[in-house]
Design a protein around this ligand. Structure first.
Ligand code: 5GP
Length: 204
């Protein structure tokens, strides 16, 4: 029997909320979930590998990808381009696997327009104080930058309204459990699966 189309899950949230950590943990515990590797023009950080964390590319190549409609969505974030390769997402959904995108809010809103049947999840910190602690805890920011990031984070939090689900990241495992529960429920949604079960209504 042909597998049903997979579901696209989009995970966003303010900077510092722990999206990357939750994303990595989820991928280890969710069979059949494929992660879409983004293309970016930013420099690799220490330990990041091309084709694993991102496809690292140059600005000109990224702009060609935009022109040739190779990206499902793209955004400029803190001076760099980030985008989602369209072909991979389409082929993976078509093959019946779920796809997870971990992207910032502007990109998520473009995906919402193109693929409204996707599931949009917004990760939130338990409180603003906790978010500040996490940003300070990274130890990489000056006081001014911390305040700047906090005000960006507050703006990003306002975008929550455009998502289907809000998940608190109080503890990584709890956040993962909530997201996996959302996925199970979405797979049981009547409108997604009713075609499969219409045969039950056939008169014998
Ligand atoms: P970072 O540079 O810290 O890896 O990522 C910066 C931001 O870009 C994060 O919020 C991350 O979720 C977002 N991001 C990563 N890949 C993509 C993408 O393909 N598209 C968009 N719109 N945002 C992305």
């Amino acid at each position: 029997m042909k597998k049903e189309r997979g579901i696209l899950f989009v995970l966003s949230g303010p900077s510092g909320v722990g999206k990357g950590t939750v994303n990595r943990a989820l991928r280890q515990q969710w069979n059949g979930l494929e992660y879409s590797i983004s293309v970016t023009t930013r420099q690799p950080r220490e330990g990041e590998r091309d084709g694993v964390d991102y496809f690292f590319t140059r600005k000109e190549e990224f702009e060609t990808m935009i022109e040739q409609n190779q990206l499902l969505e793209w955004a400029e974030y803190v001076g760099n381009y980030y985008g989602t390769p369209l072909k991979y997402v389409e082929e993976t959904l078509q093959s019946g696997n779920d796809v997870l995108l971990e992207i910032e809010v502007q990109g998520a809103m473009q995906v919402r327009k193109l693929l409204p049947e996707g599931v949009f999840i917004f990760l939130v910190p338990p409180s603003l104080d906790e978010l500040r602690n996490r940003i300070v805890g990274r130890g990489t920011e000056t006081n001014d930058l911390i305040e700047n990031r906090m005000s960006v984070a507050k703006e990003e939090l306002e975008m929550m309204d455009h998502y289907d689900y809000v998940v608190e990241n109080d503890e990584i495992q709890l956040a993962c459990d909530r997201i996996k529960s959302i996925a199970i429920a979405e797979h049981c949604k009547k409108d997604r699966i009713k075609k499969q079960y219409l045969r039950l209504l056939e008169v014998e």
